[in-house]
Design a protein around this ligand. Structure first.
Ligand SMILES: Cc1cc2nc3c(=O)[nH]c(=O)nc-3n(C[C@H](O)[C@H](O)[C@H](O)COP(=O)(O)O)c2cc1C
Length: 305
């Protein structure tokens, strides 16, 4: 592959615009054997200051065009991450982006400060959008003032680029996007999962232990495309688009909606080779369509509507 697929997202430079989405490929090292071409970045599983055991099981339920999850940010906490996980990440030859959540703004700050000092970590993604935890997460992502405060604090504490991850569970995504841009985020990630529910009709009980969960996969893709399109109209910072991407046509659509990069979540859980295939497919798509610079696709639909 000879084409230059690199992309600049604020201060962050990636070798290609295909990323993995947080929480869908663990801390990344288990995925590496499946990847011939490395994605531009691996976004790590969500981290909190203290260990989290997650929500009661079952925590995954299938739906006709996606999955519901209510993991609840299960993770080993910052200290165990540094001791046990970090040594496994030092030889991965692509950018690693940490994904952080907290109960308080101060917790986000501590995580950002400590993680940005680690040479393995290229950027911090601030999860203000998790629908599966009672405190923090989505509380910060549904109020523009709170979103501003937490992202501003992270920007002040971090020495690496900061990406704000937005929730689709809001009335107007543009208000939140503008708030995190004002707070100094280098880029925006969108979308996180949509709150959904499934009932087991044999038992009459909710299928998830936590009753409700986050919907991801192809079912949410048109919503993600719409929200990326709306957001790209109002912000100047780059957008990483995600939600149900399964093939190169989905990637191209997300880029045309205004995303400068894409992340693959549920698709990777179904086929772990997908991110690396999409890197090759983007190159092939450009060749077949006589596109010299793939970046010309970004925001095409905005210019043509
Ligand atoms: C099992 C699972 C765990 C997730 N965990 C996180 C997480 O820890 N932090 C986060 O910001 N997003 C998390 N997400 C959301 C994904 O990163 C992504 O935004 C969402 O699934 C939409 O993309 P997709 O349809 O390609 O999966 C999780 C999604 C799934 C399915």
């Amino acid at each position: 592959m000879s084409r230059d697929l690199s992309i600049k997202l604020g201060r962050l430079i990636l070798k290609n615009p295909i990323l993995t989405a947080s929480g869908t490929c663990g801390f990344g090292y288990e995925l590496i054997p499946f990847l011939q071409e490395l994605p531009g970045a691996i976004v790590l599983k969500g981290l909190t200051l203290e260990e989290r055991k997650g929500n009661p099981t079952p925590r995954i339920a299938e739906t006709p065009a996606g999955i519901l999850n209510s993991i609840g940010l299960q993770n080993p906490g910052l200290r165990q991450f540094k001791e046990d996980v970090l040594p496994k990440l030092c030889n991965i030859n692509t950018c690693l982006i940490a994904n952080i959540s907290g109960n308080t703004i101060e917790e986000y700050g501590i995580l950002a400060e400590e993680l940005s000092q680690l040479p393995e970590i290229s950027a911090i993604e601030v999860n203000i959008s998790c629908p599966n935890v009672k405190k923090g997460g989505i509380v910060f992502g549904t109020d523009p003032k709170e979103a501003y405060k937490v992202v501003r604090h992270v920007v002040e504490k971090s020495t690496v680029p900061v990406i704000a991850k937005l929730s689709p569970n809001v009335t107007d995504i543009r208000e939140i996007a503008l708030a995190v841009e004002r707070a100094g985020a280098d880029a925006i990630s969108m979308i996180n999962t949509l709150l959904g529910m499934k009932i087991d009709i044999k038992t009459g009980r909710p299928a998830l232990g936590n009753i409700m969960g986050g919907l991801s996969g192809p079912a949410i893709r048109p919503i993600a495309v719409r929200m990326v399109y709306q957001t790209a109209q109002v912000v100047k910072i780059p957008i990483i688009g995600m939600g149900g991407i399964r093939n190169i046509e989905d990637v191209v659509e997300m880029l045309m909606a205004g995303a400068s990069a894409v992340a693959i979540g549920t698709g990777t859980m179904i086929d772990p080779t997908l991110p690396s295939r999409l890197v090759r497919d983007l190159d092939e798509y450009c060749k077949q369509n006589n596109i010299t610079d793939w970046k010309d696709i970004i925001g095409l639909a905005l210019r043509r509507s």
